[in-house]
Write a protein of this length. Structure first.
Length: 393
């Protein structure tokens, strides 16, 4: 109690609420204090799950001077973390036999609609001596495939960010204050109609929100439903994620926090058109911890097996980190444990979601300041699974 009182007095508008878990509260408080001390942050919520037990810690203010702390039900922009929901939707379609990951995009558009085709490369992995299969970073020897010289973009190319589509900056639609708003369905269709690949296609991870946006769009076409409605019916409602939405009710709008840039100034919310599947979701700490629990298999229903499909990792992102479907995976020692995580920022928010399946442990971190939370989330998650503390990559 004495430690908690000193902590609150020293940090002014810093609040914490927690129940006892395996990780001592003071470690979470110390990690949060370090984060807040370096940033111009306002609100911060940390959620932990360990073998079914859940705890939330809340710090700071909803906005500077408000005197009001965020809660586990506050709504945040989660930005790129949205991608894990979109790929879960694909996995659900695959599990129900409605699509295959090898399906060409041409299957989902009207007859005669042009889908870009790339020069198909036959690639042979060149192995080198490695410590473990997961840490192995393969190189490839590739050449055009004479049996199948061209191939349209497939769904699997979108989930792995290996289709080679351009970034928004290259398309000159990107704007720092609201980068996704101006890109419409008409723009996407013009891209598909005119885009040409330069040379053979190689299995290389190259991130672009166009991959996930196009994936969500074709699933919407397949179901003949708007993307948000499809996501709610197939993923959010079965998992009781009632605050994970694009369109908010009046009551939810009242719980939505204002976003702040790195200097602590309020910034407008980001808006989306056809790029919504790549970043448009709002969510709460409670919903995201429920999302983690579903991925950990704490409730093994049919949807769990769809979520598990999204944990397949094949393509190297950087060093030992690999890309799964909307997630990144990084091995950690000891015991061959693997952290599955996703994080990112918008103009006024930052979000981290990570878990380790063998220990049934997960962490979510949400901030309404656009400063990275991945180092904080990784530090706490590694502490929970009894690994050396690290600031993350």
């Amino acid at each position: 109690m004495k430690t908690s009182l000193l902590f609150l007095l020293f940090w002014g508008c810093l609040f914490a609420q927690a129940q006892q878990m395996a990780l001592p509260d003071e470690k979470v408080n110390a990690a949060a204090r370090t984060y807040l001390n370096k940033k111009s942050g306002c609100g911060l919520v940390i959620g932990l799950i360990q073998d079914g037990r859940r705890t939330f810690y809340t710090y700071g203010e909803t906005t500077k001077g408000s005197g009001k702390a965020p809660t586990s039900q506050s709504l945040f922009e989660i930005g790129p973390v949205t991608e894990g929901f979109t790929t879960a939707l694909l996995a659900d379609f695959v599990m129900r036999g409605e699509v295959s990951t090898n399906d060409s995009l041409a299957r989902f558009f009207p007859s005669g609609f042009r889908v870009p085709s790339y020069v198909n490369a036959y690639c042979r992995a060149v192995r080198v001596p490695v410590v473990s299969d997961f840490l192995h970073t393969p190189s490839y020897s590739c050449e055009p495939d004479p049996q199948n010289p061209t191939i349209p973009i497939r769904l699997c190319d979108l989930t792995s960010h290996t289709a080679g589509l351009p970034t928004l900056k290259r398309l000159r639609f990107w704007h720092p204050r609201n980068p996704y708003a101006q890109y419409t369905q008409a723009d996407l269709y013009r891209l598909l109609n005119s885009y040409e690949f330069n040379g053979p296609h190689f299995p290389e991870y190259q991130y672009s929100p166009l991959h996930t946006a196009l994936l969500g769009h074709v699933l919407s076409l397949k179901a003949q439903k708007p993307f948000e409605q499809l996501l709610i019916e197939s993923i959010c409602r079965p998992l009781n994620l009632n605050d994970t939405r694009i369109s908010l009710t009046q009551e939810q709008l009242e719980r939505r926090l204002p976003g702040h840039n790195a200097s602590g100034k309020i910034r407008p919310y980001w808006t989306y058109d056809v790029l919504a599947p790549a970043g448009a979701l709002y969510s709460s700490p409670e919903d995201l911890l429920q999302w983690v629990a579903a991925h950990l298999g704490l409730k093994q229903d049919n949807l769990y097996y769809s979520l598990a499909m999204t944990h397949q990792a094949n393509f190297v992102v950087e060093q030992s980190t690999r890309a799964a479907w909307g997630w990144w995976q990084t091995p950690v020692k000891p015991g061959g444990k693997v952290i599955t995580e996703r994080y990112g920022q918008t103009g006024g928010f930052s979000c981290y979601v990570g878990f380790e399946k063998s220990s049934r442990t997960g962490v979510v971190v949400l901030s309404n300041t656009a400063q990275p939370t991945n180092g904080l989330g990784q530090e706490i998650l590694k502490s929970l699974i009894e690994l050396p503390l690290s600031a993350g990559r």
